[in-house]
Ligand binder design. Structure first.
Ligand code: AMP
Ligand code: GLY
Length: 421
């Protein structure tokens, strides 16, 4: 089978790696990929906004199945576009992708289907928003409606900060804004819950907890994710049942009621308070770095799982996992998530000797001649599976020490809540 993978991060390298293990795979193309995917796939540098070029390439190379990694092409409707040309695509339709593309779309579904989430209000002008803030408790959460690459969320400690956030959103900091979302601040611990769906049925696809802040102790600026571990320390049978009954099933029903189906990964970002789940947000894809953390635990042929979803036959597949603990540490360019140097060589990478349950997934890298060059903020993902999280993390830091890359940094405390030292 010839498969195409869309995206260029650690998530997509992990997807290519999982696909590449399948006997069914003859060839993988990755659009545009990175230095890691280049080892497993042929990287094709196409503009992901140019759907026509992507479609022409896919038809020309007889690509039989396309896996879309990131949210933007999904929200922009790449799945629908390609399916119009009878191309098999793993990823939700444009309407279903609104679960990530519009926070207000999701909040309205929560309201209609009684899905537990933070209380909220939607405001289409600054005067009404200010009036509401006059009577609010703090902290409070202010959000831009649309995709904002993880940046359109403000946690505000007082009225002044809140008004500033509302202003920035209406002034177009995250694109044109007709509305602003104001939410109650939820206390608890966050957890990521994943399912995979073929539009008829769905199966659980693991749990994880990620570390979004740049500094140790979960302090400092928000990032795309500095590391993760799977499974979540919070999951138990009772909680899982609540998540499925109160959140996942009603959401899939809401999509069905819109006369649409949900095909792809669905990632629920949850706040857990006293073993009760509240939905913070949906993502219509795997998480990054959660994908790198979870996929290596999969025993079942990933190509079979994905293909079955595209054929509406997920029910026939048994998804089998190994029960090891998995931990991922992300190595970033110095300066990230603010300005950082690009085009810096990562020497010593071939000195890294991975053991059987270790993985090195590339993110912002490219290959020039035979050298690996860092071109992004998040650069490399080190993943290790072990009987316990502590051993996994120790193994990872040995690799990072051997790499000795002075232009990069990582958090040394990933998984601190599950590693008591
Ligand atoms: P989002 O992009 O909606 O996931 O928000 C980014 C981050 O902001 C989340 O991962 C949470 O840490 C935090 N956050 C968002 N909404 C809330 C809320 N209502 N209460 C507390 N924290 C929140
Ligand atoms: N790790 C957070 C995300 O993928 O959105």
């Amino acid at each position: 089978m010839i498969v195409g993978v869309i995206g260029s991060g650690g998530r997509e390298h992990a997807i290519c790696h999982a696909l590449n293990k399948s006997k069914k795979i003859d060839k993988i193309y990755c659009f545009p990929g990175n230095a890691g995917t280049a080892e497993l796939a042929e990287n094709i540098n196409l503009d992901l906004n140019n759907f026509e070029n992507i479609k022409d390439f896919i038809l020309n190379k007889k690509i039989e199945l396309v896996v879309i990694g990131p949210e933007k092409p999904l929200v922009d409707g790449l799945t629908d576009y390609l399916e119009n040309y009878d191309i098999k695509v793993f990823g939700p339709s444009k309407v279903a992708a609104q679960l990530e593309g519009s926070k207000i779309f999701t909040k309205n579904i929560c309201k209609k289907y009684n899905i537990p989430t933070a209380n909220f209000g939607v405001f289409n002008d600054i005067i009404e928003a200010k009036k509401f803030l006059d009577n609010s408790n703090f902290p409070i959460v202010i959000k831009a409606d649309n995709l904002a690459a993880g940046k359109g969320v403000y946690i505000c400690e007082n009225k002044q900060e809140s008004i500033q956030a509302v202003k920035e959103i209406f002034e177009g900091k995250f694109g044109e804004a007709k509305n602003v979302l104001i939410e109650e601040f939820l206390k608890g611990e966050e957890m990521s819950f994943f399912i995979i769906s073929d539009g008829i049925t769905f199966k659980n696809f693991g749990t994880a907890q990620d570390h979004k802040r740049v500094l140790e102790g979960d302090k400092g600026k928000n990032t795309g994710g500095m590391g993760a571990y799977s499974p979540s320390r919070l999951i138990n049978n009772e909680l899982e049942k609540k998540i499925l009954d109160k959140i996942i099933n009603p959401t899939l029903k809401a999509i069905k009621d819109l006369k649409k189906t949900y095909k792809g990964f669905l990632y629920a970002g949850l706040m857990i308070t006293n073993n009760e789940p509240f939905l913070i947000e949906y993502n219509v894809r795997m998480g990054d770095p959660e994908c790198q953390t979870i996929l290596p635990k999969l025993n079942t042929d990933f190509c079979e799982v994905i293909s079955s979803c595209c054929e509406g036959k997920l029910k026939e597949v048994k998804i089998d996992w190994n029960d090891k603990k998995s931990l991922c540490v992300v190595l970033c360019s110095n300066g990230y998530p603010q300005a950082y140097k690009k085009n810096v060589e990562i020497k010593n990478i071939n000195k890294i000797k991975l053991k059987k349950d270790d993985h090195l997934f590339h993110a912002g890298t490219t290959k020039k001649d035979d050298n690996i060059i860092a071109i992004g903020g998040r650069v490399l993902n080190f993943v290790s599976l072990s009987d316990n999280f502590e051993e996994a993390r120790e193994g990872i830091h040995q690799h990072i020490n051997n790499l000795n890359w002075s232009n990069g940094f990582c958090r040394k405390d990933i998984g601190y809540k599950v590693i008591v030292k």
